[in-house]
Design a binder for this molecule. Structure first.
Ligand code: AGP
Length: 608
């Protein structure tokens, strides 16, 4: 989605503002722009395309010293990608500039009123109405002008505003889109997330819905819509800046895959005590969870696949009924939830609109929300009854990799914890917890072999236009996730199916141009999947298998294979993840695509 950043204070140049904006590129965008005040007043520069296009249009101006500035990467929602639809947007006087992430749902009515009052619009965007409303409300106090403007706005927003006549402030506000602020001696900052700020500060404040911030050099004040002051203690961000850089890898995606051993350590640290799972965050809900008759899980995309593994694990080991839904369906259903039912929301960004609306609806039914997220202070985390951070660090690649691995490890531990409460004395759980604890080392030992195997396999298969991933049991979510990885970064039509479903239709697709990726670990369903492989080979389809190491049965009947270490069945989705991620990565690179910025996709889907 869109990204906004604002900076104010000493030694500020246009270049530093642009460099901060570049840290938001991963959010996906189609145009970019900056507005800044210097001694001559307000300047606005914007352009469709990549930030490099904007930089070229700035020329020598990029080295200019400025008093403050705001910048924006736009993901078009109203009005196509173009120079004039790019943000920042200005008012009629040309003294006010606005950047915005979100959607003004009532913009057409507001625009009509503003035009009737003589305002002249220069763009087809919803955002421009904000600039004209601030103009109408401005009487010398920019905070008051924005506060009155927000009363008229319906929809979601994270807004940054500057005024030529008040170059000592940047005013910001949020409702439904993330916004973080902070300051150091002599400087002030605002942004859609912490990534652009890591170079300058560690202590940040997350703005809540209905709050505004007045950012000055060295000071940030936060207010509610009624003007009352908000005292908000800072949150310490431990991410180092280079953890958001590529660290020598060609792409963020492969860097983040190779971070997975450390990611796993961070995810499970402090969550295993004396061989048992321990979640301090769940203490307040312990009794409610123990008494829960069922658990509901909601998520989107990769997070949904992690939820499917969690569901199966809970049903196998805690013997509790688990309902699961993609959030875009869940939020429009008639929910059969009652007071104190448990809903688990999984969202690495913590900002996915469908998941956020899903938990809001569940809360209105009286359910208790446990969210699993990667972003401290994200909206979903702040609207939950308990939050479990997966501590995966910033994930810049659009395709979820290390965050999926972190989600799985935490969910398996949570499941084991619940199983021990509901089925005490099950020795198998101790074994599983012990295996999970050893996973970082397993990943360390397996990644270089995985890299070599997947590079070889990608060279064999990167030119195919279709792929069918199939698996049973815990391997069904793995099939879905493997297919999603391949399709979202290599644009190959890849689909995931329950292996047992092939004969009910999908097998009609198979021929020598439609290879099958069989997820077939050493588990209780292997013989069934072997039969499915024979069925597909009989249709002349090539079969790639991801199987347990040294599996002779499988290696005899498939065209190619990737071998993974032997683990307990519930851990195969976890241990197979880097292999399927690396395969998709190398296929995408072989096809000449940028795996970090896949077309049409954004890292965080903050609008419907
Ligand atoms: C996964 O590779 C995709 N980037 C996408 O499906 C993602 O998992 C989905 O949008 C959910 O995001 P969230 O975990 O931040 O809610």
């Amino acid at each position: 989605m869109c990204g906004i950043v604002g900076m104010i204070g000493q030694d500020l140049t246009v270049k530093r503002l642009i460099d901060a904006l570049k840290k938001l590129e991963y959010r996906g965008y189609d145009s970019a722009g900056v507005a800044f005040c210097d001694r001559n007043g307000l300047n606005v520069r914007k352009a469709a395309g990549r930030i490099s296009v904007l930089e070229n249009s700035l020329g020598d101006e990029i080295e200019s010293n400025i008093l403050q500035g705001i910048a924006h990467t736009r993901w078009a929602t109203h009005g196509g990608p173009s120079d004039f639809n790019a943000h920042p947007h200005t008012d009629c006087t040309g003294k006010i500039a606005v950047v915005h992430n979100g959607i003004v749902e009532n913009f057409d009515r507001l625009r009509e009123q503003l035009e009737m009052n003589g305002h002249v619009f220069k763009s087809a965007t919803d955002t421009e109405v904000i600039a004209h409303l601030v103009e109408d409300h401005y009487k010398g106090d920019l905070v008051a002008a924005l506060r009155h403007t927000l009363v008229d706005l319906e929809g979601a927003y994270a807004i940054g505003v500057i005024h030529q006549d008040q170059p000592d402030v940047i005013v910001a506000a949020r409702k439904g889109s993330p916004l973080v602020v902070g300051c150091t001696n002599g400087s002030g900052y605002m942004a859609s997330d912490v990534t652009p700020l890591l170079r300058y500060l560690r202590d940040v404040q997350f703005i809540e819905d209905g709050e505004l911030a007045c950012i000055r050099s060295g000071r940030v004040e936060i207010f509610r819509l009624d003007g009352s002051a908000v005292v908000k203690s800072p949150t310490k961000i431990t991410w180092s800046e280079d953890s958001a850089e590529k660290g020598g890898y060609p792409h963020f995606m492969i860097k983040e895959i190779f971070e997975e051993p450390q990611t796993l350590r961070n995810a499970i640290t402090g969550r295993i005590r004396k061989g048992l799972p321990y979640f301090r965050e769940l203490e307040p809900l312990k009794e409610t969870i123990e008494k829960a008759g069922s658990i509901t899980v909601l998520a989107c995309g990769t997070s949904f696949h992690a939820g499917l593994v969690f569901q199966r694990f809970l049903q196998d080991y805690a013997e509790i009924r688990v309902d699961i839904d993609v959030a875009s369906e869940f939020r429009y259903k008639n929910l059969v939830l009652k007071e104190d039912d448990i809903v688990v929301a999984i969202s690495q960004s913590g900002e996915t609109a469908d998941t956020l609306e899903g938990i809001r609806k569940a809360r209105r039914c009286g359910a208790k929300i446990v969210s699993l997220t990667n972003v401290v202070g994200s909206t979903i985390s702040r609207e939950s009854d308990a939050v479990i951070y997966i501590n995966a660090g910033p994930e810049i690649g659009v395709a979820a990799t290390k965050t999926y691995v972190a989600q799985l490890s935490v969910l398996l531990l949570m499941g084991a914890g619940l199983a021990m409460i509901r089925k005490p004395g099950n020795g198998e759980i101790f074994q599983l917890v012990n295996e999970i604890e050893g996973m970082p080392t397993v990943f360390e030992n397996v990644l270089s072999s995985a890299d070599e195997q997947c590079q070889r396999l990608a060279r064999e298969y990167y030119q195919f236009r279709h792929f069918m991933y199939m698996g049973r049991g815990y391997s069904y979510p793995t099939a879905l996730e493997g297919a999603l990885k391949l399709k979202e970064i290599s644009y190959i039509h890849a689909t995931g199916y329950q292996a047992g479903e092939l004969k009910h239709g999908p097998i009609a697709l198979l021929d020598r141009d439609f290879p099958v990726f069989a997820i077939i670990p050493e588990d209780g369903l292997k013989s069934k999947t072997l039969s499915n492989i024979m069925e597909t080979r009989a249709r002349d389809a090539r079969v790639v298998a991801i199987c347990s190491v040294d599996d002779r049965e499988v290696s005899k009947i498939v065209n190619s294979r990737i071998e993974v270490p032997k683990v307990s069945p519930p851990l195969y989705p976890l241990v197979m993840s880097p292999f399927l991620q690396l395969f998709a990565y190398y296929v995408a690179v072989a096809r000449g695509y940028d795996p970090d910025k896949p077309r049409n996709l954004a890292k965080s889907v903050t609008v419907e």
